[in-house]
Design a binder for this molecule. Sequence first.
Ligand code: CO
Length: 136
Amino acid sequence: MNTMGIHHLGIAVEDLDAALRLYRDTLGMRLKRTEELPDRGLEVAVIDGGGAELELLASVREDSVIGRFIARRGAGIHHVALRVSDIDAALAELRGRGVRLVDQAARPGAGGTRVAFVHPEAGQGVLIELVEEGRA
Ligand code: CO
């Protein structure tokens, strides 16, 4: 399987403004963009991390995926996203190896990417996201 490093770390935060004060204002990292995802109940800020990005995920609804994660485990690292060249081939290979998946097929992610999640049970408690960059 052709994995090309860490694409981003998804971090569940309770307060996006406080997180931006830390990462952008205090640590001096560059804010690339913010996004509102009302259908998923999320607000997202993407920080330039040099190679990999930090995806700061704040819940605007208690029943969002991040709201439930924070209620259960508290704020912190939510997922590790790995860059793959061909997400369909990657999912087929993982399925063939009996790896438990959250998503059986890739779905559209931010910025023209295609993404899918591997079940945290398969990742020793870590939720793994696969990301295929958009083909120009
Ligand atoms: Co992500």
